[in-house]
Design a protein around this ligand. Structure first.
Ligand code: FES
Length: 148
């Protein structure tokens, strides 16, 4: 099978360094995606299991669309094994994003491709807009790595 030289290369967006999310931890990032001539918020959470694998999801509960970390600001249930929505307590399998208990049982978080590239946690398969944000001063989305 041949691969066209004109095929667009996937874009990988570096979100943070690997060490910025500890094993068993999670962190929210407020990014932006294209929306017509402008852009709109693109909020994600990147979580790591105890083995150190990364998982990325849109930070939106399938029940009512709120941030998963609404309220307490945390992402995990008391066991540390499941993601939990702070509003009504739905619990999600970390690796699949499927809701395993709560008001939206059976529903699915929107999964985002994630990979570690040269020490950076990168997302892919999405379109992002770099913008000057005024609501915080973190340095997410600092580089873009085109990969073949
Ligand atoms: S909004 Fe998340 S469980 Fe209701």
């Amino acid at each position: 099978m041949s691969v066209s030289a004109d095929r667009p290369r996937p874009e990988y967006f570096a979100i943070c360094e690997v060490e910025e999310i500890p094993r068993g931890g999670a962190r929210a990032f407020d990014l932006a995606e294209p929306d017509g001539d402008g852009h709109k918020p693109f909020r994600i959470v990147i979580a790591r299991n105890k083995r150190g694998d990364h998982f990325a999801y849109r930070n939106a509960c399938p029940h009512q669309g709120v941030w998963l970390n609404v309220g307490s600001g945390t992402f995990f249930d008391d066991s540390g094994a499941l993601l939990r929505c702070g509003r009504h307590g739905s619990q999600f399998d970390l690796e699949s994003g499927k809701c395993v208990a709560g008001p939206c049982e059976g529903a699915q978080l929107v999964k985002i491709g994630v990979a570690v590239v040269t020490g950076d946690v990168c997302i892919h398969g999405v379109k992002l807009v770099e913008e000057q944000r005024s609501w915080d001063d973190d340095d997410t989305m600092d580089i873009t790595i085109p990969l073949g």
